[in-house]
Design a protein around this ligand. Structure first.
Ligand SMILES: [Zn+2]
Length: 170
């Protein structure tokens, strides 16, 4: 039973982590292509995923370009993770409507300051702490049912109810 629910949970999260993996692979492809392009202009011929060791630290132009490339690659991977944090865990759409909640002066009533984001399709909400004292605080994701399905189910029930009512009165 618990194994099955565990499996369900992993299966539900699969698109989310698969998307991150796809972004990281795309980042690696872009990054290695840029490095290969830089390597084209310096001898000797360098294989893919390799820095030209005969030029790095010896040729100023090459070394500068490789350092810029390194920062660029780092930025790409950082962006992939940053973007992932602010996406819906169910439908992968970017989260919207940041709302600040809590305050330091009324911490006991309202809690610590955090920013809450929601999925426009009502899959859940993400609470990101403003200050991260104990190192890194993972943003808290709260899963919600699909509000639109629930809403339509309600309106369908109301409609079928009103269809039946006139019959009942006659
Ligand atoms: Zn969603």
């Amino acid at each position: 039973m618990s194994d099955e629910s565990m499996f369900q949970r992993v299966k539900a999260r699969f698109p989310y982590w698969g998307f991150l993996l796809a972004k990281l692979m795309a980042g690696a492809a872009i990054s290695s292509s840029v490095l290969a392009f830089i390597n084209l202009f310096w001898k000797p011929v360098t294989p893919w995923f390799h820095i030209n060791r005969d030029q790095f630290c010896w040729d100023l132009g090459y070394s500068t370009l490789v350092m810029v490339w390194f920062l660029f690659s780092y930025g790409l991977f950082y962006l992939a993770f940053w973007d992932q944090k602010y996406r819906c865990r169910t439908c992968l759409r970017p989260l919207v409507m940041p709302v600040e909640s809590g305050s330091w002066s009324t911490m006991l009533q309202l809690g610590r300051p955090s920013v809450e984001y929601i999925c426009a399709f009502g899959h859940g909400r993400l609470s990101v702490e403003e200050l991260q004292f104990p190192g890194k605080v993972e943003p808290a994701w709260t899963q919600q049912g699909d509000i639109w399905t629930e809403l339509f189910a309600l309106s369908d029930a109301a409609k079928s109810g009103s269809d039946h009512n006139p019959d009942g009165r006659h």
